[in-house]
Design a protein around this ligand. Structure first.
Ligand SMILES: [Zn+2]
Length: 75
């Protein structure tokens, strides 16, 4: 797969990424499988990963300012 921004090769990696849920809350997802561009910082997630993330976000306590969740363990 190639990057839609710069055309470089995408690499499958496992990483941690922060997601902003709203003005107050940030969720950090650990051990998240993504494809990251080797040329720029663009990244992509597969559909089933996005669906799983949505479930995780639904289950997050939105009163918490920051939460750290392992991708595999959640939902
Ligand atoms: Zn790129």
């Amino acid at each position: 797969m190639r990057c839609h921004v710069c055309g470089s090769e995408m690499q499958a990696i496992v990483t941690s990424l922060p997601f902003k849920l709203n003005e107050m809350s940030i969720v950090i997802i650990k051990d998240l499988p993504i494809s990251q561009c080797s040329g720029c910082n663009e990244y992509m997630m597969e559909d089933h990963v996005l669906k799983h993330l949505e479930k995780i976000f639904d289950s997050v306590n939105e009163q918490a300012e920051i939460e750290i969740i392992k991708y595999a363990a959640a939902a």
